[in-house]
Design a protein around this ligand. Sequence first.
Ligand SMILES: Nc1nc2c(ncn2[C@@H]2O[C@H](COP(=O)(O)OP(=O)(O)OP(=O)(O)O)[C@@H](O)[C@H]2O)c(=O)[nH]1
Ligand SMILES: [Mg+2]
Length: 276
Amino acid sequence: MTIQWYPGHMTRAKRMIREELKLVDGLLEVADARVPVSSRNPELAELTAKPRLIVLTKADLADPQATEGWKEYWQAQGESVVAANLLRGQGLKEIRQWVGKTFPQLRRLPRLLVAGIPNVGKSTLINGLTGRRGAAVGARPGVTRGKQWLSAPGMQLLDSPGLLWPKFEDQEAAKRLVLVASIRDEVVDPVEIVWWFLEYLQAEYPQALEERYGSFDQGSSPLEEIGRRRGCLLRGGIVDLHQAAAVVLKDFRTGKLGAITLDKLGGALEDADYRN
Ligand SMILES: Nc1nc2c(ncn2[C@@H]2O[C@H](COP(=O)(O)OP(=O)(O)OP(=O)(O)O)[C@@H](O)[C@H]2O)c(=O)[nH]1
Ligand SMILES: [Mg+2]
């Protein structure tokens, strides 16, 4: 399975973002705290050298220690980083403070492009900053299709469609992006993705796995076991792996598995962090 998903509207979006970046004063680069590296679009950094703030959204669903680690890692490289739980408005104050101090020479309100890959919370962030529901939001990728300027106290914000990059050199990153629903399920085999995810959980978060589904015997297949325990059965008592995978995906995406980060600091990921 090779994961590729680059619908036509993203080609247009990229062109639009390139044009708009000339006109804006800075960038709010939105990434998902559960996949802080995998969800940062390497093409975005190349498009501009203007001031940017990295906003790590969904911090409520991510491993707090890992979020703190990544924050420090990028801050040590001179980046500004804020972790946010947008469902509770956490992080908005720090974002406003960054905007307030970053453009002192401007005589008008700073114009900021809010950009990032699909489903990371760009529109939710804008609604938080404006205090209105002016931008459409949804738990699937590809909700925002065009650009839209919105006014917030102290800033003008440009919402933009989520932008992936056309080629995934790193297929593991693509798998992580499916897990956090930044790449559509329809273009992948969920069983393969969840299989991989369960192996990751067994290695990194075994207690989260056990608390949700019970323990697994050595040599057993967790996905099959979960399917059996959750009654995902076909005729003749055969486990419906697709249904079992859907259960796990939903549990992860809604936080039922607890706070989990898929990009862990250390070794390969930092070396692969060509974005900086
Ligand atoms: N738990 C949690 N969910 C969040 C947070 N921020 C956004 N969401 C949810 O994430 C989903 C996607 O949010 P959107 O704001 O539509 O994301 P987007 O980046 O604009 O997506 P596209 O327009 O499709 O590119 C929605 O279901 C939001 O409620 C957060 O901090 N925590
Ligand atoms: Mg949106």
